[in-house]
Design a protein around this ligand. Structure first.
Ligand SMILES: NC(=O)c1ccc[n+]([C@@H]2O[C@H](COP(=O)([O-])OP(=O)(O)OC[C@H]3O[C@@H](n4cnc5c(N)ncnc54)[C@H](O)[C@@H]3O)[C@@H](O)[C@H]2O)c1
Length: 119
């Protein structure tokens, strides 16, 4: 029996890149997959390929992860289709540039307070 046989996995950002590779691997390990992605067209293409190559059911759901209502609706759709969710791969995250902007401002604030203490 495969490791993820009969498990239901949600993968955010599964239409390409790391998320797509993770989705394909989970399907190869026996999982039924739900690709939640802002790019529905690409997500559908991956889901169709998984069904034909792995013989495992895969669905594509359009979802913008920054919109909590869309996230709830998308998860409901997965539960309605598969009956449950066993695995969550939350792959969509902060852009690296954005992260560095936050670090930069953090650093400025740190310097400001340090100067206040010294002077
Ligand atoms: N590739 C790297 O070297 C690397 C390194 C560090 C961190 N990461 C992080 O890992 C994650 C995946 O990286 P990747 O290179 O596979 O990215 P990618 O750009 O190739 O794929 C991202 C996927 O997420 C989807 N997506 C983008 N915004 C979305 C949104 N608001 N709602 C739903 N789906 C959305 C895109 O349509 C795409 O399918 C990213 O969060 C990235 O910042 C990647």
């Amino acid at each position: 029996m495969k490791r993820f046989e009969e498990k239901v996995a949600i993968i955010t950002g599964g239409a390409q890149g790391i998320g797509e590779a993770t989705t394909r691997r989970l399907a190869n390990e026996g999982a039924m997959t739900a690709i939640l992605d802002i790019n529905l067209e690409k997500a559908q293409a991956v889901a169709e390929e998984i069904l034909s190559q792995e013989g495992k059911k895969s669905i594509a759901v359009r979802m913008d992860i920054t919109d909590s209502q869309e996230v709830k609706r998308a998860v409901r759709e997965v539960e309605e289709t598969f009956g449950r969710v066993d695995v969550l791969i939350n792959n969509v995250g902060l852009e690296a540039q954005f992260y560095f902007v936050i670090l930069f401002f953090d650093f400025l604030i740190f310097l400001y307070f340090r100067m206040e203490v010294v002077t």
